[in-house]
Design a protein. Structure first.
Length: 558
């Protein structure tokens, strides 16, 4: 299926399609289907951490239920105990709550229904719709055929219901080793949809389950458990990503074998989220963690929800992003710049400003009195009148960004240069008089003079200069560790690799740089999770690695 790259004009205007799922729901409500009920669910597998693609699904399922005064469940698809863990259960619940959604008392697990699923499997065996197969996994795959060649029936397909029931009971009782037998649905080995060619319903796994312990040694497959779980919970709309479209006939077939009355959940598929410069495969993300390419699931370079949270992204910005990109019927790739735009729009309104110098060079004001300190008023957030102001200290020796000075400027360079004038934010206009270099030719000090009457409220406070620089007092500056994060991958589509190459070949070698910066003293009041805007530099978040003796700030957007 073709993919479009969806961009934005950064005005917040979506280039994506309208929400066709809501159009379907509104039509059903008008027709009185399900008595007008809307009941959705978010059904993650507890075998990994959620990423931003899951955030889109969470917003869709919980947001849809809220829009139509319905209900939304959180249900863990815990049908594979080999890969599942309570660590993932806890992290998923934390992520859903952080995004701003709640399931109230509707927390469920597929394992809640293991007894009922077993009883329904017995019913299907008795009615001749399921059988126990002794073929191994390789043989089952071979017998299934191909897209152009029909499958071949298993020699065990003709077992009587009595034989199948006896074997299935013994499977449940633990008589057989892993992989020796499976329970399969009896549908059609020549069906054009290969998923309908006698799919596996149960496999033997002598593995303890994180909730049911050692009660079971047979576990249902996802396709068998999913629709039945929806049915038991009264789900009206089973919203899935596009790869499950081919599963829908099987979803409906299983329901017809067990459901009573006219009610059926309806499966609707939408295109999953794909972002430029981002890998969304859970398997590949796990590989990055296990191979220590990143520092865990919550590494700020990861697209996981916990990684985005640690980086400083807000739940409001992720919900806004989900709204902007909309819901599509075909695969698309969203430009990551659109996500960054949504985050920037949100942070601009809520983040206080702080002056911090990332690459400092000393600036000495020769005509400023030795030992004198002037307090200047600085606005905390021009977008928020309630944020107030703070006092910052101006002294003889300051730090400015090394990049804000150029000895031999070229083109339109409006920052500091020999003989040039700039304004120091909230303070005075200064003029560069002299530079000092070390033995290797590196600039160690920039000497300037200041114009005392250019301070706010004074005679020449409105004097115009083309450049304004941020700065900090050298005497009062607080050293902070700053982690400058860039995109984890250097290419727009990192999962598209040539034969013989690995997706990790597309990693960005400069995705993390750690520096010591100089910040104004107000950073001492920050706590873990606080987000600030470094004047002229970007947005940063206080990292959990911070201690009483060390402040660590993560680059959110810079």
């Amino acid at each position: 299926m073709s993919e479009d790259i969806i961009t934005s004009d950064l005005s917040g205007e979506s280039k994506s399609p309208t929400n066709f799922i809501h159009a379907i729901i509104e039509e059903e409500i008008r027709n009185g289907k399900n008595e007008g009920r809307v009941h959705t669910r978010f059904p993650p597998e507890p075998n990994g951490y959620l990423h931003i693609g899951h955030a889109k699904s969470i917003c869709l399922n919980f947001g849809t239920a809220s829009k139509y005064n319905g209900l939304a469940n959180l249900r863990f698809d815990d049908t594979n105990p080999v890969k599942e863990d309570t660590e993932y259960v806890d992290s998923i619940m934390e992520d859903v709550r952080w995004l701003g959604f709640d399931w109230d008392d509707r927390l469920y697990y597929a394992s809640d229904y293991f007894d009922q699923l077993y009883e329904w499997a017995v019913k299907m065996i008795r009615e001749g719709h399921a059988y126990v197969d002794d073929l191994n996994a390789e043989q089952i795959s071979e017998y299934r055929g191909t897209v152009t060649r029909p499958g071949k029936e298993s020699p065990y397909r003709t077992r009587t219901p009595e034989e199948n029931l006896d074997l299935f009971t013994r499977m449940k009782d633990g008589e057989f080793p892993d992989g020796s037998r499976v329970l399969r649905a009896k549908i059609d080995m020549a069906h054009p949809n290969m998923l309908m060619r006698d799919p596996i319903m149960y496999r033997i796994l002598h593995t303890d389950h994180h909730r049911t312990g050692d009660k079971w040694c047979i576990y249902p497959m996802y396709d068998y458990a999913h629709g039945q779980s929806d049915y038991l919970e009264g789900i009206t709309h089973s919203i899935c990503t596009l790869e499950f479209e081919v599963h829908r006939p099987l979803y409906e077939w299983y329901l017809e074998q067990v459901a009573e009355g006219s009610y059926r959940p309806r499966q609707i598929e939408f295109a999953r989220l794909n972002l430029t410069y981002t890998v969304m495969s859970k398997r590949k993300l796990l590989q990055l963690v296990n191979e220590k390419v990143v520092n865990g699931w919550d590494d700020p370079r990861m697209p996981t929800i916990c990684g985005l949270r640690r980086r400083g992204y807000t739940p409001e910005s992720l919900r806004a992003f989900a709204d902007v990109i909309g819901i599509a019927k075909r695969d698309q790739v969203i430009d990551v710049a659109l996500l960054e735009f949504c985050v920037r729009e949100d942070l601009n309104k809520r983040s206080n400003r702080v002056m911090t110098v990332l690459n400092p060079v000393k600036l000495v004001i020769d005509n400023f009195p030795e030992g004198e300190v002037i307090e200047l008023e600085a606005i905390n957030n021009p977008e928020d009148p309630e944020a107030g102001s703070r006092l910052i200290r101006f002294t003889k020796e300051l730090y400015i960004e090394r990049e804000d000075f150029m000895e031999n400027p070229t083109g339109k360079f409006f920052r500091l240069k020999p003989g040039g004038e700039v304004r120091l934010k909230y303070g005075f206009i200064i003029k560069c008089e002299e530079i000092v270099k070390d033995s290797e030719g590196n600039i160690t000090e920039i000497h300037c003079t200041y114009q005392e009457d250019t301070r706010s409220g004074m005679v020449n406070s409105n004097k115009k200069v083309k450049g304004t620089l941020h700065w900090v007092s050298a005497e009062h500056a607080i050293p902070v560790e700053v982690r400058l994060y860039d995109r984890l991958f250097a290419t727009e589509t990192p999962e598209n690799v040539e034969e013989g190459k690995d997706f990790k070949d597309n990693l960005n070698p400069d995705s993390l740089k750690t520096i010591t910066a100089m910040a104004e003293p107000s950073v001492l009041k920050l706590v873990v999770g606080d987000r600030v805007q470094f004047e002229r530099l970007g947005y940063f978040c206080v990292d959990p690695d911070s201690t009483s003796s060390k402040i660590v700030l993560t680059a959110l957007l810079h």
